[in-house]
Design a binder for this molecule. Structure first.
Ligand code: SF4
Ligand code: SF4
Ligand code: SF4
Length: 383
């Protein structure tokens, strides 16, 4: 159990930073050959540094926009203000007050106090909005989504404007794949029916505090504190190998985890209905192809895959020379780590995913028995 000291130290960290870094989820921490730098590329403030199996955030440089959290495939960057659940709840309440129209506005336009604050959800920047919250809203039955900005063109962080368009496009792809039609639009003015002469009185006491203390936040805090306690137990963590620090299992593979946002997207798609297209192209999904003739069966892809989307055949012990690799498209987050660590260059990650694979109960199986022959033991060999 976390101690009071742990809780206090995590609470202090939360106060200081709008983003919690769950570093062991970052693929660049898991392996230094990882090519992912989506957070670094998305950050308009150069506040994130990724190198030598480490990721750091300069809290003083961070503008709290949340752009990094929207693009991180692994959930290593957790937005705190607002959290995903707080934002979703705020959107649902706002949609309830607007006959199913979910309006999300950035802090800049919100600060002008022109519109009824009970009818929109506020984010620091629209770049904070990711596909999972939009898909959850779609599954919840909203009829339309409107993103209102304070005129991105004149904002000092306008470089991330394109990222918002990419998220909107990805959302349209995903709902369209399920045959649903939920329009999403961007505008720099609140819809007319939301405008009120003087909204000042509605802010403060009557305004919902989206980012307030909630039971959920408290629960998150405790679980994060538990993690912090674990980290402090491993005070000399930097001295330990990645495998030891992340506690590789007996099969040599690093621990895997569920990506909540990813699961939310798959579940929302399922709730919207059957796929009406053969393939879906999105940054949140991928499929892999392995050239089994070239593959030497080292299993490194399965060792480092953070979600167990690639698994080795575990019937054979000791864990050497897998005869099969299994791939589950529904678990793959397009982090590209398997491709980055494959030293035979026989594995390719593709963003074009057959919808049948995505919703299949069976994995794609790669038979390695005719492969180039396993020459390396399965386990953490290079990080
Ligand atoms: S919240 Fe925005 S400014 Fe802060 S690290 Fe992330 S992308 Fe950079
Ligand atoms: S996994 Fe996330 S935190 Fe790590 S480099 Fe990629 S985007 Fe950044
Ligand atoms: S299969 Fe590859 S791209 Fe997909 S989650 Fe695993 S390591 Fe990442």
């Amino acid at each position: 159990m976390p101690s009071i000291d742990d809780l206090v130290s995590v609470a202090e960290a939360f106060q200081k930073s709008p983003v919690y870094i769950d570093r062991d989820r970052c693929v660049a921490v898991r392996n230094r050959n990882a090519s992912c730098r989506r957070c670094v590329d998305a950050c308009p403030c150069d506040a994130i540094e990724v190198m030598n199996n480490e990721i750091t955030l300069d809290v003083r440089a961070c503008s709290a926009c949340g752009a990094c959290t929207a693009v991180c495939p692994t959930g290593a960057l957790v937005p705190l203000r607002p959290s995903d659940d707080d934002l979703f709840d705020a959107c649902v309440q706002a949609a309830g007050a607007s006959v199913g129209r979910a309006v999300i506005a950035c802090a800049r336009i919100s600060s002008r106090r022109e519109a009824d604050p009970t009818r929109y959800a506020e984010v620091p920047c629209l770049a904070r909005v990711d596909e999972s919250v939009l898909m959850r809203l779609a599954a919840e039955g909203v009829r339309e989504i409107v993103l209102v900005d304070g005129a991105c063109a004149t904002c000092r962080y306008r470089a991330i404007d394109e990222g918002v368009n990419i998220t909107c496009g990805a959302f349209q792809q995903l709902v369209g794949a399920q045959g649903a039609e939920i329009p999403i639009s961007r505008t720099s003015a609140f819809p007319h029916d939301m405008l009120i002469e003087d909204a000042t009185g509605l802010f403060g006491t009557t305004r919902r505090d989206f980012f307030s203390e909630t039971a959920r936040s408290a629960r998150d805090l405790v679980s994060t504190a538990a993690k912090a306690a674990l980290e402090s137990e491993l005070a000399d963590a930097k001295e330990l190998s990645i495998g030891a620090r992340l506690r590789a299992g007996e099969n040599g593979a690093l621990p895997t985890f569920e990506i909540r946002r990813h699961a939310d997207i798959v579940n929302a798609m399922d709730a919207l209905g059957q796929s009406v297209v053969e393939e879906v192209v999105a940054r949140v999904f991928a499929t892999v192809e392995i050239d089994v003739e070239k593959c030497n069966g080292c299993g490194m892809c399965a060792v480092f895959c953070p979600t167990a989307a690639i698994k080795r055949d575990e019937r054979k012990k000791p864990y050497t020379n897998p005869e099969y690799l299994e791939f589950w498209a529904s678990e793959c987050i397009q982090c590209n780590l398997c491709q980055d660590v494959c030293w035979k260059k026989c594995l390719k990650v593709s963003p074009v995913v057959p919808t049948k694979q995505l919703f299949s109960f069976d994995p794609v199986v790669f038979d390695l028995r005719s492969s180039a022959g396993a020459s390396k033991p399965f386990g953490l060999g290079s990080s």
